[in-house]
Design a protein around this ligand. Structure first.
Ligand SMILES: CCCCCCCC/C=C\CCCCCCCC(=O)SCCNC(=O)CCNC(=O)[C@H](O)C(C)(C)COP(=O)(O)O
Ligand SMILES: Nc1ncnc2c1ncn2[C@@H]1O[C@H](COP(=O)(O)O)[C@@H](OP(=O)(O)O)[C@H]1O
Length: 332
């Protein structure tokens, strides 16, 4: 464990000599609560590495480079696609990514309600740790809804596309009444455009796949790995700001937790393995998206929008005690 930042108590007893200044200077400070732990640094490095690797692959691999690519559909032409995974119709895209939030949701809920260090396995008892886990899930889910599904009207991806000059290629025909898109609001949703056979043209199209795969996998990694490692007594590296401004190890709040009845020696439960499996498949599909779809800048914005949701859910609470009291931290 790293030493505390608080200064040592000074001697009030005249018989105890004060420490020489060389000894006092060995007191080291804890890292900032915003600093990722070693595990988080590795995870956070994986995503840009995958995006760069995939983009480089698409530039260097002869079959990917020579296959015709359509900028408007952000993909290779299906008939001449350089790989099975370069086709939108691949089974993993249709059944896994396109239903991605359902997979993230079910695997997380299964983990939350079966891991012994969070609550009684296979019981729906709502322990404080489960409630806080559900709150963190709600924040991440709300961000997913806002970015990809609905944001007081069209989703953020659709709005940003429109704001940067993009539009549905069929919007003029719809204007003339040749196509049934009767509600003006629908002109600004990618879903309505695709539903009538159109394509988004122009504008900056944040990659929804990169967004979903990064936020979904990072959410599962943060939740599952911290819980399992903490219950195996692996050294806690995360630090938090206390209400008085002191920086302490996140462990201090675990010690204060009165919910000891649910603390048991942990295993890599089936729920933890399924959660990591879903996260791992997401990372693999991210590599496929990076290799065969979108421009590098659209992938970068997908990554940044996803990581902003992770920052609010997992890093901000370490610096804001009031927020931490409500949503907690996984494994604490
Ligand atoms: C003020 C607003 C408050 C909102 C409150 C929200 C609170 C959240 C808590 C609970 C909400 C419950 C809803 C959770 C639903 C969970 C179950 C599901 O996930 S069912 C939906 C399954 N569908 C998907 O997973 C779709 C995933 N696909 C996409 O997101 C997109 O297709 C894409 C981003 C992958 C790509 O887009 P495309 O345009 O290329 O298709
Ligand atoms: N890994 C992958 N496998 C198959 N298709 C992918 C994919 N990543 C992205 N795509 C497809 O590329 C298009 C752009 O994705 P996005 O904007 O969500 O990042 C989407 O097409 P469709 O919307 O026609 O399905 C999506 O299905």
């Amino acid at each position: 464990m790293a030493p505390e930042t608080s200064p040592p108590a000074s001697s009030t007893n005249g018989s105890t000599p004060s420490k020489p200044s060389s000894q006092r200077s060995v007191i080291t400070s804890r890292p900032s609560p915003f600093m990722p732990s070693t595990l988080e640094k590795i995870l956070l490095a994986i995503y840009p590495t995958i995006l760069i690797t995939g983009s480089l692959f698409s530039l260097l691999d002869p079959s990917a480079r020579n296959a015709p690519y359509s900028a408007s559909t952000q993909s290779h032409v299906a008939d001449t696609a350089p790989s099975y995974f370069a086709k939108k119709s691949n089974i993993f895209n249709k059944l896994f990514v396109k239903q991605g939030w359902a997979w993230i949701t079910f695997s997380y809920l299964f983990f939350l309600f079966t891991h012994p260090s969070i609550g009684p396995p296979l019981s729906v008892t709502l322990t404080p740790k489960r409630i806080r886990g559900l709150l963190r899930y709600s924040i991440v889910t709300t961000w997913w809804i806002f970015v990809t599904q609905w944001f007081f009207g069209p989703a953020i991806i659709d709005r940003s596309f429109r704001l940067t000059g993009g539009q549905c290629e069929l919007v003029e025909q719809a204007d003339k009444g040749h196509i049934e898109m009767d509600d003006t609001r629908q002109f600004v949703t990618g879903f309505a455009c695709k539903a009538v056979g159109g394509q988004w043209l122009g504008g900056h199209d944040i990659s929804g796949h990169v967004f979903l795969l990064v936020i979904g996998s990072m959410f599962l990694f943060e939740e599952v790995l911290h819980v399992v490692l903490r219950s195996q007594r692996v050294k806690e590296e995360r630090t938090v700001y206390m209400a008085d401004g002191a920086i302490k190890s996140a462990e201090v709040e675990a010690a204060l937790d009165s919910d000891v009845s649910v603390q048991r020696p942990t295993q890599w439960t089936i729920g933890a393995k399924i959660g990591l499996g879903v996260a791992g498949l997401s990372v693999y599909m991210l590599l496929m998206t990076a290799a065969y779809f979108h421009t590098w800048f659209e992938k970068l914005t997908g990554l940044l929008v996803a990581l902003s949701g992770i920052f609010v859910t997992y890093f901000l609470p370490r610096a804001v005690p009031g927020l931490r009291n409500v949503i907690g931290m996984p494994g604490v």
